[in-house]
Design a protein around this ligand. Structure first.
Ligand SMILES: [Zn+2]
Length: 169
């Protein structure tokens, strides 16, 4: 594994690849060209795993992309002038407005629909406990399953709040 905190190892790696077009994981935040909101960088393997075959075939390299999580923005990933949308994705990006299924946890398949159903039927939801337990065993694969490339707990907590408000709990 590369240590992404170590700048030296990254530059060494780029040099050893003989390829300066991309960096392994963009640092800091960059404004989405579509919605102007700040977006975080994602790993190349996250992008590669979640694109359609067609979109994959158009890219030489999957590194250097940023993930836009703005719900009203059509852009999913961007890199400089290049923009990838839901059409380029092999999974549904659950954080985007109006999609179904509105997946929040890609590792253990929790959707906003499922959380809402549980809240309506029982007044509460086990989603956070369930995800936390499964993160221990069998463990999660957010890096290749979640479009953000990261843990879903923050987004899931946010989704619970929104759904509770929506259904008046
Ligand atoms: Zn955006």
């Amino acid at each position: 594994m590369f240590n992404f905190k170590d700048k030296k190892s990254i530059s060494n790696m780029i040099e050893s690849r003989g390829d300066n077009c991309c960096i392994p994981q963009p640092k800091g935040k960059v404004e989405c060209p579509t919605c102007d909101k700040k977006a975080k960088g994602v790993l190349g393997k996250t992008v590669e795993h979640l694109l359609t075959d067609d979109a994959q075939s158009k890219l030489d390299c999957f590194d250097g992309f940023y993930y836009c999580k703005t719900s009203t923005c059509k852009t999913v990933y961007f890199r400089d002038e290049m923009v990838l949308t839901q059409d380029d994705m092999s999974i549904v990006v659950g954080l985007k407005e109006g999609v179904s299924p509105a997946t929040v946890c890609y590792c253990f398949n929790w959707t906003k629909e499922k959380i809402q159903k549980e809240l309506e039927e029982t007044g509460t939801t086990v989603v956070l406990e369930d995800i936390k337990a499964k993160m221990q065993n069998p463990g999660c694969s957010c890096e290749i399953l979640n479009p953000s490339g990261g843990c879903c707990l923050g987004d899931t907590g946010q989704a619970i709040k929104e759904i509770k408000k929506e259904i008046g709990l």
